[in-house]
Ligand binder design. Structure first.
Ligand code: F6R
Length: 367
């Protein structure tokens, strides 16, 4: 079933162009995003003043990307809540709240309980799920399926990309319904271009990143920095590494560095930095470049993920991983790929089973 791949994870990483394309398919009409499953459900998006996205693990990082996208396009406040935290306090929710849940399996007990709780409190519920007919979608008012195909490896990869894709679609759908996105044509073009760009990252960076991981097999700790939508990707890069290579890893918002984490930097400390395109914001880009200078000055080994042609990072980077040019909301789908490859190659270099990491199960059906 692995079809010649060394692991299910390797196969699933390589399937991301299709996973994203299949999730977009049938949801673009006349240059607009229209999700057919949400036909007739405009009231879900019009009668609310707040969105809470709830999920666990990797799905909660997809949720964070969704927060940026939905706030920008649908102009409604979005909070992200870990499902197991959301439920055990007394959250202020009601009929004016849309609770969006995200789950690959659709069976994660923590997330299911959060959805039930939200419903009991009178909130509207929408789930993003990769498994047809699973429990979470059955408990929700509406469902947007991701079409990543079955995911076997414990560490989530293609389902994560499909979740982000579904959230981008949802943001543009909501923006259209709420009247805050008048012209989605540029974003629709960006969506349509994603599968080919992901394929390019896979083709161009696989060998380079795998080599890098091979050199780092003895590393004890890796840090990941990102800003804006790069921040959740930093968190995801760290989680992938922890899960399958058992190396201590942490993701930080780059701006948070000076508020504490910079104390961790000592000579030789590997740090991945996700650099947002200067075309989106010269200011944000320059802030990240100065973060790189700060950690480099303290001896960090800096591995930069930056768009093609961004030369500002060159003087301060030990390694540069390139991704194609993309709109701000679309970059995470490109930047996450080298981090998945890195985690996989490092686990392989350590002789570990990447598909079946210790202590973990694919679907967490207990609270
Ligand atoms: C990470 C991973 C987990 C899941 C989490 C939620 O690689 O697989 O963090 O993302 O347990 O699972 P689902 O999406 O099935 O609810």
């Amino acid at each position: 079933e692995k079809g010649g791949w060394a692991s299910f994870m390797a196969k699933e990483v390589s399937e991301q162009p299709e996973a994203v394309a299949n999730t977009i398919r049938g949801r673009i009409h006349d240059g607009q995003v229209v999700i057919p499953e949400l036909d007739g459900l405009d009231d879900l998006f019009l009668g609310i003043n707040r969105v809470i996205i709830t999920a666990c693990g990797t799905a909660s990082y997809a949720a964070l990307v969704g927060k940026y996208a939905i706030e920008q396009w649908a102009r409604v406040a979005v909070d992200v809540e870990l499902a197991h935290e959301f439920r055990y306090r007394d959250p202020v929710i009601g009929a004016d709240t849309l609770v969006v849940s995200i789950s690959q399996s659709g069976e994660t007990m923590d997330t299911l309980m959060a959805v039930k709780y939200a419903r009991e409190r009178g909130a509207r519920t929408l789930s993003i799920c990769n498994t047809q007919g699973a429990t979470i979608p059955r408990e929700s008012d509406a469902v947007v399926y991701t079409h990543a195909g079955p995911e076997v490896a414990v560490a989530s990869t293609k389902a994560f990309s499909a979740q982000i894709t579904a959230l981008l679609l949802l943001g543009l759908h909501m923006g259209r319904v709420r009247g805050s996105v008048a012209d989605a044509s540029t974003d629709v073009d960006e969506l349509s271009a994603l599968p080919d760009k992901i394929a390019r990252v896979l083709a161009d960076e696989n060998e380079h990143v795998s080599q890098l991981a091979g050199w780092m097999a003895d590393t004890r700790s890796v840090l990941f920095l990102g800003r804006h939508v790069g921040y959740p990707i930093a968190l995801e890069g760290a989680l992938k590494l922890k899960e399958i290579s058992y190396i201590h890893a942490e993701g930080f918002a780059a701006g948070e560095l000076k508020h504490g984490p910079i104390a961790l930097i000592e000579p030789g400390q590997p740090v991945f930095v996700l650099v947002p395109s200067p075309r989106h914001s010269a200011l944000v880009h320059s802030k990240v470049v100065s973060n790189i200078q700060e950690i480099r000055a303290r001896g960090a080994r800096v591995i930069v993920i930056a768009e093609e042609g961004d030369a500002a990072v060159l003087p301060f980077a030990d390694e540069v991983i390139r991704i194609p040019l993309a709109g701000a909301m679309f970059e995470p789908l490109l930047a996450v790929v080298p981090l998945q490859i890195f985690a996989m190659a490092l686990a392989t270099a350590k002789g570990l089973d990447v598909d079946q990491p210790r202590n973990l199960a694919k679907s967490v059906t207990v609270e």
